[in-house]
Design a protein around this ligand. Structure first.
Ligand SMILES: [Zn+2]
Length: 320
């Protein structure tokens, strides 16, 4: 590893994880698309065979559309893509959708929502869980894809209390190593330390008990992690492997579907390494199509889980 820069090692790691996954799953059976039930607005559930996945809307953030949102194409192209999807062209609505996976007798929350720290239109996860009959105390585990605030802030409230008091927390080791590195934080300009400070707010008091897993590991029964570095240095996605169907939860591999699923080469402002993120986005989408995986994503529309098909030079996501 010494012959590689950290960055090329990360990129190589992402490719390796996907290659291993591809070869392991080449014989995935094709099957009918299962039907999802919708116990309440903003809640959808699908049975993968021995494993149930429930998506719960944490709400949305709305941001004015400007030339910075998509870094590498003219604003007019972005507006046209929104128009083609019958969406407003002066703003973008970004949904946040955590999952609850019930597997092997455990109830696992995957990504934790904005909690009390996001837009007024976000932070709805606990409300949605109540509607779905899922109490915070019944969550046995929380698995985190990466350390951006919209994914980890729901773990600890403003009073400093853990929101899921009985949950063991699992995080990707490379993500932890990046954000919890004091030397890296201190080397960053003062105004770029928000992410580092926030990771300490959330995880600092429980640093000893957080489980740091290596991407590639099966974190919990049927929930296998896959390195997908780029969006952040340790961004990690998951396959959820039921006996009937398999699902890919790609976390933030693609943001707003009408823009970045349709145009996987487009780079959203939030991707830390846009080049690596672009590669990963394409690899994951190809994997999903070739292996007939159901797809879920943290910023996908509607139920945030459904099917993916090729369309033009990109893809089309169809939610349940
Ligand atoms: Zn996100």
């Amino acid at each position: 590893m010494s012959m590689f820069s950290r960055r090329s090692w990360l990129t190589a790691g992402a490719g390796l994880g996907l290659a291993v996954l591809l070869s392991a799953c080449a014989s995935a059976p094709t099957a009918m698309v299962p039907t999802a039930t919708k116990p309440a607005p903003g809640v959808a559930r699908v049975d993968l065979g021995g494993i149930t996945v429930t998506t719960l809307s944490d709400g949305v953030a709305v941001r004015p559309l400007d030339a910075n949102f998509v870094r590498n194409v003219p604003l007019a192209d972005v507006q046209q893509a929104l128009r083609d999807a019958n969406l407003p062209t002066d703003k973008v609505e970004i949904p946040f959708v955590p999952l609850v996976v019930e597997t092997g007798g455990q109830r696992v929350l995957v990504d934790a929502g904005n909690g009390e720290f996001g837009a007024a239109t976000a932070g709805k996860l606990l409300e949605q869980m109540a509607k779905a009959g899922i109490s915070p105390a019944s969550i046995n585990a929380v698995v985190i894809s990466h350390f951006h605030g919209d994914h980890i802030n729901g773990l600890r409230n403003k009073a400093g209390e853990l929101v899921f008091p009985n949950a063991r927390i699992y995080v990707p080791a490379p993500e932890w190593d990046w954000w919890m590195d004091d030397a890296r934080m201190n080397a960053a300009p003062e105004n770029a330390r928000g992410g580092f400070n926030n990771a300490r707010r959330v995880f600092g008091p429980i640093a000893g008990s957080v489980v740091r897993f290596q991407p590639g590991a099966e974190v919990l029964p049927g929930l296998r992690s896959v390195a997908a570095f780029g969006h952040t240095p340790g961004h990690t996605v998951f396959t959820i492997e039921g006996s009937k169907r398999r699902m890919l939860y790609w976390a933030d591999a693609a943001n707003v579907a009408a823009l970045f699923v349709r145009n996987p080469e487009w780079a959203v402002a939030f991707d830390q390494d846009a080049e690596a993120a672009r590669k990963v986005r394409r690899q994951l989408a190809e994997m999903a199509v070739e292996q007939n995986l159901l797809v879920a994503g943290y910023h996908l529309p509607g139920s945030a889980m459904g099917t993916l098909t090729r369309r033009g030079s990109g893809y089309e996501f169809t939610p349940f």
